[in-house]
Design a protein around this ligand. Structure first.
Ligand code: HEM
Length: 194
């Protein structure tokens, strides 16, 4: 249950249309269906790496702003490990060229919300891929599902109290929307199915 009128609630509502589009992305949907192939999942991992890597780098570059509020742990290397386990060469994978603006703690928390929240979708993806392809993804299932959910709830609790001014909240909203928008454009640019 999302606390009504919380910052998380606002961001959730404002980004829901874009999240729904990402959810319905035909390549991603394909990779978690009973008819999925190993190549469908490899494609999903590559596209995931393509946005996770640059967005994480942008966030880590501003870690001194973020660290007092939230300890962020980058995970792009784990996507590469998943790919290597599947026998895929990972040198020179394409990545998204634009990254969100991160100049304030509000921006940093908005970007972190998108990356941390995406672990919720990861749980769904990990379950389907395990069931239909017999592949155990370390990236999409980074721990016990219950603890992954708890960690995201802990992040949301921080999101709801970190702001010292309305400007922090506004920056978080703007950065989350910008991050989702860039990822949406990346998914469109790298789509194989129309
Ligand atoms: C196949 C692709 C995806 C599926 C199936 C999926 C599914 C889900 C599910 C089931 C939830 C939890 C329930 C909910 O809050 O609606 C969730 C939450 C979330 N997902 Fe996704 N998702 C996908 C892709 C993505 C991507 C690519 C991103 C962005 C990087 C993303 C960002 C988020 C965020 C930020 C939340 C947290 C929403 C909140 O509770 O505040 N998701 N997703």
């Amino acid at each position: 249950m999302i606390p009504p009128n919380s910052l998380r609630d606002q961001i959730y509502s404002l980004t829901k249309p874009i999240h729904d589009r990402l959810d319905g992305d035909p390549d991603s949907v394909r990779a978690i269906q009973p008819t999925a192939t190993r190549d469908d999942f490899v494609h999903l991992l590559k596209r995931t790496y393509g946005f996770v890597k640059p967005v994480e780098e942008a966030l880590v570059a501003q870690n001194k702003i973020l660290a007092p509020v939230f300890k962020f742990e980058p995970r792009a290397e784990i996507v590469l490990e998943d790919l290597r386990v599947l026998g895929v060469k990972v040198a020179g994978l394409p990545v998204m060229s634009s990254t969100p603006t991160i100049e304030t703690v509000g921006h940093a928390m908005g970007v972190a919300y998108v990356l941390e929240g995406s672990k919720m979708g990861g749980l769904v993806i990990a379950k389907q891929v395990s069931r239909f392809l017999g592949i155990e993804s370390r990236f999409f299932l980074p721990g016990e599902p219950k603890s992954v959910v708890k960690e995201f709830q802990a992040f949301c609790a921080k999101l709801d109290v970190f702001a010292r001014c309305e400007c922090d909240e506004r920056d978080a909203v703007d950065a989350a929307i910008e991050t989702f928008t860039l990822i949406d454009a990346w998914f469109v640019a790298t789509r194989q199915r129309r």
